[in-house]
Design a protein around this ligand. Structure first.
Ligand SMILES: CC(C)(COP(=O)(O)OP(=O)(O)OC[C@H]1O[C@@H](n2cnc3c(N)ncnc32)[C@H](O)[C@@H]1OP(=O)(O)O)[C@@H](O)C(=O)NCCC(=O)NCCS
Length: 192
């Protein structure tokens, strides 16, 4: 098969039943502070700085990533309250082989209501159908059973374990990797 060509469109607005995924702007700084950088439970397994005070916090790098037409970073807005309850962003990426690793986090008061699974399903559709990525991956530390469950619910499957693949809070973690291949890319098997 020919190597798939990517059609980058950046972090376009994506609407689901309960959520709007949209590029972050500086107006979202307080919501991100409350739901991510000041929420110690979120930061247990998610690498982001902890800020005690809003004045010390910044989302400039996320806003830049959100507005880069070849990168992927959304704020997760809950329609019902018009609050940005979390973020969804690219981690590692290899555009030559068409592979992208996703990451996500929402404030702990919103956990276990299906929001991130709803976001993951929508982003998978966008990255496969609109951008034409070949493979989407995600990883979680062994202890993060909620993230494991999200990935399984969204159709990703186990790929393997990378030892000491994440350094966070003064220790290494093994990472369990999951993947899903773009179903639009059917490979012909040639037997010689
Ligand atoms: C991981 C995270 C994104 C999940 O978001 P969420 O919106 O709560 O996810 P969902 O509600 O869509 O799904 C969570 C699932 O995990 C399950 N779950 C939660 N805690 C669990 C546990 N300790 N053991 C087993 N399953 C668990 C929930 O029951 C739910 O499954 P179900 O729908 O079958 O009942 C959220 O917990 C979070 O932001 N955590 C901090 C940041 C983070 O860890 N990010 C991922 C880095 S890899």
């Amino acid at each position: 098969m020919e190597r798939p060509k990517l059609n980058h469109h950046g972090s376009k607005r994506i609407e689901t039943k309960r959520l709007i995924l949209r590029p972050l702007s500086n107006k979202d700084a307080y919501d991100i502070f409350i739901n991510i950088n000041n929420d110690k439970q979120v930061l247990d397994y998610f690498k982001a700085p902890y800020y005690e005070n809003f004045n010390a916090s910044s989302i400039d790098s996320l806003v830049r990533l959100s507005n880069d037409p070849t990168s992927y970073c959304w704020g997760i807005e809950l329609k019902e309250i018009k609050e940005c309850i979390g973020i969804f962003l690219q981690q590692a990426r290899n555009d030559y082989i068409g592979s992208i690793e996703i990451g996500y986090a929402i404030g702990s008061r919103y956990w276990n209501q299906g929001y991130v699974s709803e976001a993951v399903i929508a982003v998978i559709k966008y990255l496969f159908n609109d951008i034409n990525y070949h493979k989407i991956t995600a990883g979680h530390v062994i202890e993060n059973l909620a993230s494991k469950r999200v990935l399984e619910k969204c159709g990703l499957v186990y790929e393997g374990i990378r030892k000491d693949d994440f350094f966070h809070n003064d220790r290494y973690y093994d990472i369990i990797h999951y993947y899903i291949i773009n179903p639009n890319h059917k490979q012909k098997i040639v037997i010689s």
